[in-house]
Design a protein around this ligand. Sequence first.
Ligand code: GLU
Length: 447
Amino acid sequence: MNTKQIVTRMAPSPTGRFHVGGIRTAFYNYAFARQHGGKFILRIEDTDKERNRDEYEQEIYEVFKWVGMEYDEVYRQSENIHRHQEILKQLLESGDVYEAEEANDGNGKVIRFKNPNKEITFHDEILGEISVDTTDLGDFVVARNIESPLYHLAVVVDDHDEGVTHVIRAQEHVANTPRQILLHEALGFETPTYAHVPFILGPDGKKKLSKRDTNVAAMDYKQHGYLPEALLNFLSFIGWNPGTEQEVFSKDQLVQVFSLEQVQKGPGGFNLDKLSWLNKQWLNTLSKQEFRDYIDPLFKELQDMPIYSEDIMVKITPIIRERTNVLSDVQEMIVNGELDYYFVNPKIDSEKVIWKKGTVESTIIHLQKVFDIITDYSGDWNKDSLKEVIFPYAEEAGKGDVLWPLRFSLSGRDKSPDPFTLLEVLGKEVVLERISNNIESLKKATA
Ligand code: GLU
């Protein structure tokens, strides 16, 4: 029995914004380590001095924090440079690497690995058995010079030193694996187990997900108001599923059911509708207060509107909530002015107030009648009770002829909640004011 502690790592390079797909790779590492009681390491591969940026490194930490992937250890590869140099020296002494011309143009030297030109076979936990004749790789470069070891060497040394047992990483690294195994062997290191995670395809199902399809920076998803639970849930299911009907899983549940064997070999699709649906499922788990906290920042500007009140906010929150999959939906409602009528008397287009075959005169009569009913009404101010007193008249005079003008007088929009909901939200005073304003304008239109 192998009792060695499982150690996984995510090794992003801070040379660009952390990719949303990187969350999936990182999470598979995280889940695999957690379910085996192992260790999960974050290693910042910051050896490319020209392309590294501190803000990219900071963003990596932010992403991990946001989605709740706690790591047990964190390293910066550059801090291990002396160790990489020492190993390089050792390889030079043993003759496994040698100094050579970079190219045949006499332009500078590099350090190359003396390839034993053998067949390397390894078992990939996702892709299965892979055999590569390394002759084709030639004597590949492992350092610019004795001071500057490059990627392959640094990764091999760090994985070894940090005790990494399982390298779970993006499929683009499959081609690097034989080189890295050769280095492990030359150094007498135990080769880790590899698992190469398939690509994520864009919505066309053909090309790799790219900036042209959608946002690819992980933090953009936070910015757009996706919940981290939903994003994690969504990403985990790209190219993997637990083989049951259940689709909504928390981080801890995912950790329980995840298995590397069930990750598919082929690429998985990135379906924004699915993400949106999952976000809705996760929004449904928020309490009233949590949902308010989620949308409130967007309402800052609306607070200056004439009849903004906490009371109205409380009443419209469930209405908004029903229509929201993602925070950007709320943003859209606000930008499109779809919520304005809750906070300010709308401008009414007199022609639109009239229902189908109705006339200005008949519309005035119906509105006046509803105005009178509401004026006399002294019961509970809620939509059901209001419906009880208004509906009989609507049924008698024609539902559309009565309810359309009523709703339109209150919202001024083709689409809005039903009139009884609007009555309840707006309150008696505002309602009567809007109906009578509208009657006045209709009268003016006929004059
Ligand atoms: N630093 C590499 C990258 O960001 C990952 C190397 C590895 O996972 O072995 O693509």
